[in-house]
Ligand binder design. Structure first.
Ligand SMILES: Nc1ncnc2c1ncn2[C@@H]1O[C@H](COP(=O)(O)OP(=O)(O)OP(=O)(O)O)[C@@H](O)[C@H]1O
Ligand SMILES: [Mg+2]
Length: 292
């Protein structure tokens, strides 16, 4: 390990030790899916808002290299993004947008494409900048693009928790399973939980999750618990058109209420990381290790 990475680890350890006094160990969560368009970005944004409403400090990271998603859903354009950080034109604090609705947000922009190709020194710099967030957030959510780009795999493997979003449609179910299978073939220690989106009722959510859990158990020997179900709700499309998150535009609608239940569930459960590798420190260590 080079000196820079070593001093980075010391910095993170010192910051997390400091943070332990006012316990704030960041949960790092990647939101992904096999099939595209199943509702990852809407889930990530509104989940973040609901967590925030429950007193959590949340940062949403738009890790979709193809398309900016989250900012469009908020009707907001980020002047700086990860690209400016990697080019060392901006610090991590400069690229965090404090959105009026209350969440903090980082746009990936074209920066993500560079992330897997970065030389070690640049990656260490990225890690060092991310490490500065230690103690500031309870949850960092990465909203990824659909399917498995190299970047997405990297975030899944480095994050402490991975939420796989699926709908009840058979194509979405098989793609969710295929994604888990592919990730597990590359990184054996990654675990998943499911969010079933666009269900017509709780029962359909549970049935969808049961199907996935059953094949995952049989063929991958893993448990894939259901984190929760989000109802199919016409308010979501209306909110997308208005460019206002549905949790704000239609807070009493079915989708918003489902997400609030999921937020409550999420806060009551333990993170599912290996104990030695939690928080930002674990995330950064894994990012650095994966690069080698
Ligand atoms: N719970 C829901 N009820 C009704 N419609 C929904 C729901 N969730 C998502 N949608 C619809 O699906 C569309 C796509 O959602 P979203 O952009 O969040 O998907 P995504 O998985 O992030 O897509 P991509 O793979 O392109 O990043 C929304 O614009 C909306 O019309
Ligand atoms: Mg999206």
């Amino acid at each position: 390990m080079n000196d820079q990475a070593d001093s980075l680890r010391k910095l993170v350890t010192a910051q997390e030790n400091g943070a332990l006094q006012q316990p704030k160990l960041t949960r790092i969560v990647t939101v992904t899916s096999g099939k595209g368009g199943v509702g990852k970005s809407n889930f990530s944004l509104n989940f973040a808002l609901m967590l925030q409403r429950r007193g959590q400090k949340v940062l949403v990271f738009d890790a979709d290299i193809g398309m900016a998603n989250i900012d469009v859903l908020m009707g907001f354009s980020a002047p700086h993004n990860l690209y400016h950080l990697l080019k060392r034109e901006k610090t991590i604090w400069d690229i965090i947008q404090h959105v009026p609705s209350g969440i903090d947000f980082i746009a990936g922009g074209s920066g993500f494409r560079d992330l897997v190709e970065l030389p070690q020194s640049e990656l260490d710099y990225f890690g060092e900048q991310i490490a500065r967030l230690s103690g500031h957030y309870d949850v960092i959510l990465f909203d990824t693009g659909a399917g498995l780009s190299k970047e997405t795999v990297k975030f899944i493997a480095a994050a402490q928790e991975t939420i796989v979003v699926t709908t009840p449609e058979p194509t979405s179910i098989t793609d969710a399973y295929a994604l888990m299978k592919m990730v597990r073939s590359m990184h054996e220690d990654v675990s998943f939980k499911l969010v079933v989106n666009r269900a017509s009722d709780i029962r359909e959510g549970k049935q969808t999750a049961d199907k996935i859990a059953m094949v995952a158990k049989q063929f991958l020997q893993i448990e894939v618990p259901l984190l929760g179900t989000v109802m199919d709700d016409a308010n979501v499309t209306k909110a997308v058109k208005k460019q206002v998150p549905f949790a704000l535009a239609y807070p009493t609608g079915e989708a918003a209420r489902s997400i609030d239940v999921i937020a409550r569930h999420f806060l009551n459960e333990e993170g599912n990381a290996a104990p030695a590798e939690v928080g930002l420190k674990g995330f950064i260590n894994r990012m650095l290790r994966l690069k080698k």
